[in-house]
Design a protein around this ligand. Structure first.
Ligand SMILES: [Zn+2]
Ligand SMILES: [Zn+2]
Length: 314
């Protein structure tokens, strides 16, 4: 069940300023045939071209209204129109999202061929998609700001084929019905017997979970309710330890704080992003995060892609 692929593309991993090798923030998540953008920094559409994923974006989630996180939408929307998009596109974001989308419509007034919708999110707001939910949580960035959780629905437990045969269920379509949670009936009349799916299915297993903090100072204690047990935690890691004070002043996290968050939140993999342009190589920060977190840590380059596996299949 739930064999949907789940890929995360790091289209933009820079901090506030782009560098020759890093674009402003943009994380693209592809689950099955769905494509979601989390933030959409300048140049996002070219990064999408480079990743060869097309422009069929289903929804956009913005963490906050600093320009490095949304400027890419202006160009992307024009290109979508140019390519003949007709389906509406919804932009989700913290307060001011309605004003932002009004501006976006105005800028695109002569070219917009589809409807742009806006939905304001706050802590605990959620959006249902087919097989998963996106939930917002508050972060601390000195302005209205949100992080997002993508969480898949739980998967059914494993099907115990031997037990089913033991109970007299013939291999074939009835197996599928039990796996889908249906009660089946074997035989007819007085001899008939009901088989409940519980008799042949193991306990349900968690789906996959991705957490993206956007820009924030250390918040792990307050986001625990939403951000625990992520398979991938994508965390602000703007500064190194020598700049911890600066980080707190400008509402950003250090790589070590990102590591601490990953440990407290019991993440499986931590991705350090939004690295300040003052540092030549974001990978230098992995050691800082490692002091706090013993799990796997990456400092992705732009266009890196990671596939998220199920915890019980790793
Ligand atoms: Zn930023
Ligand atoms: Zn910011």
């Amino acid at each position: 069940m739930s064999g949907e692929t789940l890929h995360v593309y790091f289209l933009g991993t820079a901090g506030a300023l782009p560098t020759p090798l890093r674009n402003p923030p943009c994380i693209m998540v592809r689950r099955g045939s769905d494509t979601l953008l989390f933030d959409c920094g300048e140049g996002a559409q070219q990064q999408m071209m480079r990743s060869r994923c097309g422009f069929t974006v289903n929804a956009v989630f913005i963490t906050h209204w600093h320009a490095d996180h949304f400027l890419g939408l202006f160009g992307l929307v024009q290109t979508m129109s140019f390519n003949g998009r007709t389906e509406p596109l919804t932009i989700y974001g913290p307060e001011w999202v309605h004003d932002f989308v009004t501006i976006l419509r105005q800028v695109a007034r002569y070219n917009l061929k589809f409807s742009l919708e806006s939905v304001e999110m706050t802590e605990g707001s959620w959006v249902r998609f087919d097989g998963y939910t996106i939930t917002a949580f508050f972060t601390r960035h000195g302005m209205p700001s949100l992080g997002y959780v993508l969480e898949e629905d739980p998967r059914p437990g494993r099907f115990n084929r031997d037990r089913a045969i033991e109970l007299g269920v013939p291999p074939g379509p009835l197996f599928g019905r039990l796996q889908r949670g249906e009660v089946i009936r074997l035989g007819t009349g007085n001899e008939s017997q009901e088989i409940h799916p519980d008799a042949v299915m193991g306990i349900s297993r968690p789906g996959r979970k991705i957490v993206y903090t956007g820009d924030t100072k250390a918040v792990h204690m307050t986001i625990q309710e939403f951000a625990h047990d992520a398979d991938l935690l994508i965390h602000d890691a703007t500064y190194d330890e020598s700049e911890a004070e600066r980080g707190a002043e400008f509402f950003h996290a250090t790589a070590a704080q990102a590591g601490e968050a990953a440990a407290v939140l019991n993440a499986r993999v931590l991705a350090l992003v939004h690295t300040s342009s003052r540092y030549p190589d974001a990978r230098d920060h992995i050691a800082d995060a490692k002091k706090k977190f013993s799990g796997s840590i990456i400092a992705p380059d732009d266009l890196d892609m990671t596939e998220i596996a199920f915890r019980d299949e790793v």
